[in-house]
Design a protein around this ligand. Structure first.
Ligand SMILES: O=C(O)C(=O)C[C@H](CCCc1ccccc1)C(=O)O
Ligand SMILES: [Zn+2]
Length: 330
C-alpha cells in the first residue's frame, strides 16, 4: 500500500495512505482569525486551533477513562477488517442477504480497555462509539462541563444552527477507518488524543461518490471502495477531487453538513479519542437560486423517500427509477 510522509508543524512524521484522487489541504486557522467565520458561514470545512473546546479532556487516556467512565454499558463495534462501515440495522431486511460488516457489542469501559490492552494483531479491531450520557462518572461530568461551551454556543448562535443533538465519544486504535459517508448535521469534530485524517468531498461531488440507495442499510455511505475503486461501475469517481485535514489533540474540524468524509486514525499515533458536537441545521428561511448542492441532495433524498413510500416495495424501486431516466435524461 502506498503511503507518504506527512507532518503537522514539523512534528514527528507519520504515514498516510495514498489514493487515486488528488488531496488539497483544508485551511488550518486560529479561532481568532475572521476567515474562520467566513468559511463556516459558507459551509466550507476548516481546522480551527486554540478554541480550548476540549482542553478539559486532553488528559483523557485509557486508564483515566477506565477509572471514571462508570460501570454503564457502552456501544463498541468489532470488525474483521480495520474498516467500520456504519449500517442502519432497521433497514437490514430491505436488502436480501445483507451481511453486517461489523458486530455491535455492548460492554463496560473497563472491559473495552482490557480488550484493547490485550489485543493481538490478529484480533478483531475495536471501535467505541458512544453518546456521552449521564451514566458516566463524576470526573467525566466535570471534564465535560469544562468544555468551552461559550465558544461553541457563540458559533451555534452566530450561524443560526439548531440544537446540539449529540456528543459522540469515539475511542479507537490506529488504522481504524470509518469509510466515506455524509451526515445531515453540522459538526464540530474535536480531537483529544492521537491524530485523525479526514478525506473530504463537497456535496457538489455527489455524482462521483455513488451513495447506496436510501432504503439500504448503508444509506449515506459511498459504494466506492477507495482502496480498490471499480471504475467500470463508478466511472465518475475518476473525477473526484478531495480536501484533506489531519487533526491532532486540541484541534477542531468544522465538518459542514452533507460533506462527504472518510476518517482514518493515523498509524503511529497510538490510542485515538475524539468527541463530536453535532447540531441540527438552521432553518432555510427563503429559497434562493441557484440552489446550493446541499439543497439538491436534500431534495433527492426527499424524492427517493417519497418514491419508496409510494411503491411500498424496495424491489420495485430500481425499475421505477430507471424508467424515469434511462433514454430520457441519460
Ligand atoms: O463525526 C463524524 O461525522 C464521523 O464520521 C466520525 C467517525 C465516526 C462516526 C460514526 C458514525 C458514522 C455514521 C453515522 C453515525 C456515526 C470517526 O471519527 O471515525
Ligand atoms: Zn460522519
Amino acid at each position: 500500500m502506498a503511503t507518504r510522509k506527512a507532518e503537522i508543524n514539523g512534528k514527528r512524521p507519520f504515514r498516510l495512505k495514498e489514493y487515486t484522487f488528488s488531496c488539497e489541504d483544508v485551511p488550518r486557522l486560529s479561532c481568532t482569525d475572521p476567515e474562520v467565520d467566513r468559511l463556516i458561514s459558507n459551509e466550507q470545512p476548516v481546522v480551527i486551533t486554540d478554541t480550548n473546546l476540549v482542553s478539559s479532556a486532553l488528559h483523557w487516556d485509557l486508564d483515566y477513562l477506565g477509572k471514571n467512565m462508570g460501570d454503564g454499558m457502552f456501544t463498541v463495534y468489532s470488525s474483521h477488517t480495520n474498516k467500520f462501515k456504519y449500517f442502519d440495522d432497521k433497514k437490514g431486511n430491505n436488502v436480501k442477504n445483507f451481511r453486517e460488516p461489523m458486530r455491535h457489542l455492548d460492554m463496560t469501559f473497563q472491559d473495552f480497555a482490557k480488550r484493547l490492552c490485550n489485543k493481538k494483531p490478529e484480533d478483531e479491531s475495536l471501535y467505541m462509539q458512544q453518546t456521552l450520557n449521564d451514566s458516566v462518572g463524576r470526573r467525566i461530568v466535570v471534564d465535560f462541563l469544562g468544555f468551552n461551551w461559550n465558544w461553541i454556543t457563540e458559533q451555534q448562535k452566530k450561524h443560526n444552527w439548531g440544537q446540539l443533538t449529540a456528543n459522540l465519544l469515539l475511542v479507537g486504535t490506529e488504522e481504524n477507518i470509518t469509510p466515506s459517508h455524509y451526515d445531515e448535521q453540522q459538526n464540530f469534530f474535536a480531537q483529544i488524543k492521537g491524530k485523525k485524517r479526514f478525506i473530504l468531498f463537497p456535496p457538489s461531488q455527489f455524482g462521483c461518490l455513488y451513495p447506496y440507495p436510501i432504503y439500504h442499510p448503508h444509506d449515506r455511505q459511498s459504494q466506492v471502495d477507495f482502496d480498490d475503486p471499480d471504475f467500470e461501475k463508478f466511472p465518475e469517481f475518476k473525477k473526484a477531487a478531495a480536501l484533506e485535514a489531519v487533526v491532532g489533540p486540541g484541534d477542531v474540524l468544522y465538518l459542514p453538513t452533507y460533506w462527504w468524509h472518510q476518517v482514518e486514525c493515523v498509524q503511529g499515533t497510538g490510542l485515538n479519542i475524539s468527541v463530536t458536537f453535532w447540531y441540527k441545521c438552521g432553518p432555510t428561511d427563503k429559497i434562493e437560486y441557484p440552489l446550493k448542492p446541499q439543497q439538491k441532495v436534500a431534495m433527492m433524498r426527499n424524492i427517493e423517500k417519497m418514491i419508496n413510500q409510494a411503491l411500498n416495495d424496495p424491489k420495485e424501486v430500481p425499475e421505477f427509477m430507471q424508467n424515469m431516466v434511462l433514454g430520457r435524461y441519460t
